[in-house]
Design a protein around this ligand. Structure first.
Ligand SMILES: NC(=O)c1ccc[n+]([C@@H]2O[C@H](COP(=O)([O-])OP(=O)(O)OC[C@H]3O[C@@H](n4cnc5c(N)ncnc54)[C@H](O)[C@@H]3O)[C@@H](O)[C@H]2O)c1
Ligand SMILES: [Zn+2]
Ligand SMILES: [Zn+2]
Length: 389
């Protein structure tokens, strides 16, 4: 079968690989209908996440049809049209039973890397390097899905493929940022980043009752989507007045909840960006936390900051003094999608969450290298390149 493989830093090729087979009783094979690019893939592409091996198949945001199931599968069957959570959950460990499924203790067969870097490993994730288990990704004709009973969700009739695919990753990630970030009715929420994740965080904040939601980015097409599809306010950070503007729009206090949906490759016009660029080039720092710093500085006293953006290592000039002295709550995490996806699919079906507009560029899998180039450079207003194998 055809699959999109990472073959080196910034090198992607479509290759012929073996079709997956059932390995364990809880497995299923899914024929992929749509598989999307995600901001997290850019960190892999650029070589910022350790543990990539030449030949690894990329892709973790996907939906498709079940074509084979293992002998232990009970809830799902051949023919089911499903969206699959990008993270794997065994459904029975302490973390899975406590709704912290991306921290599953049983789905990452390579915990050593995470233990060394983070003190403990994350759960498994499709197509996301050895550090999350080395699972083959979804940018392929077929994919093996371990624990299909817990990880795959039936797509309601009336929800299109282009809408459903984002319930795998971007929608639950955004929802988690607003939910675990503690958004309450009446809150003012600021979201850094107007990609798929930031837009979904903004929509979640609105649905959780936020009075005002402000999304910060510099890309005009994305800010336009935020205003017209999501229905939130926008702020262009290239003007260089994010802090002052947020104060102005929040009665001088700052946002109650600040959600960072940018990640380790943040861009900025501020001096700390240059500092991070030099330090990362010299390998004295691994990530560029520009937007996290700004979110911490902007949040109101006693407010909360949720970091949805992916970070892999160690950062400098972290404003811990602001966290401490302003009494902030700082939280983060890979998405615990299993707890949210059924509810989110219902909301998509009911028209409360619009997602189809994120699929700006749908193309055959053979064109995926070009799709990633467009997604990386944000060419032609690309928000997500989506592949149809
Ligand atoms: N926590 C999770 O489980 C999870 C899941 C999916 C994605 N992510 C992460 O979320 C982040 C966003 O993902 P995405 O798919 O939306 O990515 P994306 O690349 O499509 O969007 C990122 C956006 O951030 C903007 N940006 C860059 N610097 C900025 C700054 N200083 N201030 C404000 N905006 C800035 C960019 O212009 C871009 O529009 C990535 O780091 C991704 O890895 C995390
Ligand atoms: Zn993702
Ligand atoms: Zn588990």
């Amino acid at each position: 079968m055809k699959a999109l493989c990472w073959t080196g830093i910034n090198k992607l090729t479509v290759e012929n690989v073996d079709e997956p087979t059932i390995l364990n009783p809880s497995d299923a094979i899914v024929k992929v209908t749509l598989s999307a690019s995600c901001g997290s893939d850019l960190h892999l592409l650029g070589g910022y996440v350790p543990g990539m091996r030449a030949g690894d198949i990329l892709g973790h945001e996907f939906m498709g049809e079940i074509v084979a199931v293992g002998s232990g599968v009970q809830q799902r069957q051949v023919g089911d049209r499903v969206v699959v959570c990008s993270f794997l959950s065994c459904g029975s460990c302490w973390y899975c039973l406590n709704d912290l499924t991306s921290l599953c203790d049983n789905t990452n067969p390579h915990p050593g890397l995470g233990e060394g870097l983070f003190g403990a490993s994350t759960g498994g994730c499709f197509g996301y390097s050895q550090i999350t288990g080395g699972f083959a990704g979804s940018h392929a004709e077929y994919i093996r899905v371990p624990h299909i009973d817990t990880g795959a969700f039936l797509i309601p009739d009336g929800v299109t493929d282009e809408q459903a695919v984002f319930a795998s990753d971007a929608v639950p990630t955004g929802w988690m940022g607003a939910d675990l970030g503690g958004v309450k009715p009446g809150d003012v929420v600021a979201v850094w980043g107007a990609g798929g994740v930031g837009q979904m965080a903004a929509r979640a904040a609105m649905l959780l009752g936020a009075e005002k939601v402000i999304v910060i980015d510099r890309l005009p097409e994305r800010l336009e989507q935020v205003r017209t599809v999501i229905g939130a306010e926008t702020l262009d950070y290239s003007d260089g007045h994010v802090m002052a503007e947020l104060r102005e729009r929040t009665g001088g206090r700052g946002p109650d909840v600040a959600i960072e949906a940018v990640g380790m490759e943040a861009h900025s016009e501020r001096p700390d960006y240059l500092y991070d660029k030099v330090k990362t080039a010299l390998k004295l720092e691994t990530d560029r936390p520009t937007a996290v710093r700004e979110a911490i500085m902007a949040a109101r006293k006693g407010g909360s900051v949720f970091v949805l953006g992916v970070f892999g290592g160690f950062v400098d000039k972290f404003p811990l003094g602001a966290v401490m002295n302003k009494g902030l709550t700082l939280r983060s995490g890979q998405q615990h999608g299993h707890r949210y996806i059924p509810m989110l699919l219902e909301r998509i079906a009911a028209g409360e969450i619009e997602t189809g507009h994120l699929a700006t560029h749908v193309m055959p899998l053979a064109e995926a290298p070009r799709g990633y180039e467009m997604f990386k450079t944000k060419e032609d207003g690309c928000v997500r390149a989506v592949f149809r194998p």
